[in-house]
Design a protein around this ligand. Structure first.
Ligand SMILES: [Zn+2]
Length: 135
């Protein structure tokens, strides 16, 4: 059973591993931070947020100071899809923004059908166990 988590990530509940949804690459244990299974680009934020003022004339240019702020980009090590970005102080470990109780998730999905394609629109996915009243 694979459970879709984000547009790029899913969890395989049988193997308890994070997987890339684009290339099926097995990344890291689902009990760990998925970012530890990805490639990291520690980027100078000035590359993205260009100075609005001439840096030769001004010390403050409305662009992030790379000594205080880094742009961290995470990529799938197999297909290269950008999975996530975050702004962190230099040297800060990756934030853990997704953490599930895998045992509870297994119990929750035990009787559900696997969702291979996320539903689009307002209607929830069709269920075989739909509760109906015939009166
Ligand atoms: Zn991939």
């Amino acid at each position: 059973m694979k459970v879709l988590i984000t547009e790029n990530l899913r969890i395989n509940l049988d193997s308890e591993m994070w997987e890339c949804r684009h290339c099926d690459k097995v990344l890291i244990s689902a009990r760990d931070n998925y970012k530890r299974g990805l490639l990291v680009y520690n980027r100078d934020p000035r590359e993205v947020h260009k100075p609005l003022l001439d840096p030769t004339k001004y010390t403050r240019t409305y662009s992030p100071d790379p000594d205080w702020c880094r742009l961290i980009e995470y990529y799938c090590p197999d297909c290269g899809t950008m999975m996530e970005t975050e702004y962190l102080p230099p040297g800060h470990p990756p934030l853990r923004d997704i953490e599930f109780d895998i045992d509870a998730m297994k119990e929750q999905w035990k009787h559900r059908e696997e969702v291979l394609v996320p539903p689009i629109g307002n209607e929830p996915p069709a269920s075989k166990r739909r509760h109906t009243h015939n009166h």
